[in-house]
Write a protein that binds this ligand. Structure first.
Ligand SMILES: Cc1ncc(COP(=O)(O)O)c(C=O)c1O
Length: 343
């Protein structure tokens, strides 16, 4: 299919599901270097049965989005930050880093080649990019792979949690997502495999997902499923937890900047105690996929703590959402360097 042909997609009703798009970028690392990389129409990878990615979880991934602006342009939001975070994940698992210019160029190539899948302005849908690095090649012992693949595919997506900006409820997981000095701060698959069961249990109990506490003391909020937590105090401060085992969310750091510079709020990154939720007037989950999802309430030790409302979004959360989305789709001027045009 040519890059300009129209695709038949119901943009308004997209969920966060896989759709095969036309092209993905693939680059291979062998003998100490990455090759040029190429676009491929094949969405299947053929790898050794003895790949470290399959047995030892030697793999990491990223998630970022391309947005359609009012005048029809396409732009990426802070891809340099995803590239930097992926380099940290690669270093943690002894995988070769992908240079930042290669990463950003590959993102642009994938988006351009799949241009017709970038949802129209105003639909609320976006094109989600999934870069990943996996250890491949023949290897049996627990050691780094002899070869690697860096790939980026993309999918048009709608909201991650049902309802978009409608609040959802979470419970507190009885499991840990990460160990105190483990891999919680990097985006590696093992963290997510470990979260599947707690997620399923939360959903079966009627929640959107679960909240993870700090693995050492189980007293502090760390993550909200696959998103970071933020709360707005009754005196209008933006608070978000700080811990080595939280994934440093690009959305969260963007919101801290927006809260301070666009909304004039005080911002703090510090401990958030799960038994002191009363300090917050509003709370939310934030991430590339979740964007901002208002937290209606959190169930902890059999009691439901409701923040602003279980059905309505709070005013500060709403303003943060409007400003973030406005920047991402080009309606509001972005801080320098946040937007990369796909020319
Ligand atoms: C565990 C976890 N926390 C937080 C986030 C949010 O990070 P970001 O805002 O960079 O998407 C993600 C998604 O990447 C995640 O998987």
């Amino acid at each position: 299919m040519s890059a300009k042909e129209k695709v038949n997609i119901d943009w308004e009703n997209l969920r966060f599901d896989y759709i095969k798009t036309d092209f993905r970028y693939i680059s291979r690392w062998k003998d100490g270097k990455w090759d040029e990389g190429e676009l491929s129409e094949d969405n299947m990878l053929s790898i050794s049965e003895a790949s470290t990615a399959l047995h030892y979880g030697q793999q990491c991934f990223e998630g970022l989005k391309a947005y359609r602006t009012k005048d029809g342009d396409i732009q990426l939001f802070r891809p340099d930050e995803n590239s930097k975070r992926m380099a940290v994940s690669c270093r943690r698992l002894l995988m070769p880093e992908v240079p930042e210019d290669k990463f950003i160029e590959a993102c642009k190539r994938v988006v351009k080649a799949n241009e017709q899948y970038v949802p129209p302005y105003g639909t609320g849908a976006t094109l989600y990019l999934r870069p990943f690095v996996i250890g491949v090649g023949h290897n049996v012992g627990v050691k780094p792979a002899p070869e690697y693949i860096f790939c980026i595919f993309c999918v048009p997506v709608g909201p991650y949690f049902k309802g978009g900006l409608a609040p959802v409820n979470f419970n507190v997981a009885e499991y840990d997502r990460a160990a105190p000095y483990g891999t919680g701060g990097v985006k590696v698959g093992g963290n997510y495999a470990a979260s599947l069961l707690p997620h399923e249990k939360a959903v079966k109990a009627g929640f959107a997902d679960c909240i993870y506490l700090d693995p050492l003391t189980h007293t502090k909020i760390e993550e909200v499923g696959a998103a970071n937590f933020f709360g707005i105090t009754k005196d209008n401060k933006f608070i978000t937890p700080q811990s080595e085992s939280i994934l440093p969310s690009i959305t969260k750091y963007s919101l801290m900047h927006i809260a301070k510079e666009y909304l004039g709020m005080e911002v703090e990154e510090r401990d958030v105690l799960v038994d002191k939720l009363d300090e917050f007037a509003e709370a939310g989950a934030c991430g590339t996929a979740a964007v901002i999802t208002p937290i209606g309430g959190i169930e902890y030790k059999g009691k439901m703590h409701v923040f602003f409302s279980e059905t309505e979004v709070g005013p500060v959360t709403h303003k943060l959402y409007d400003t973030l989305c406005g920047i991402q789709i080009g309606d509001i001027e972005a801080p320098k360097g946040w937007i990369v045009k796909v020319g």
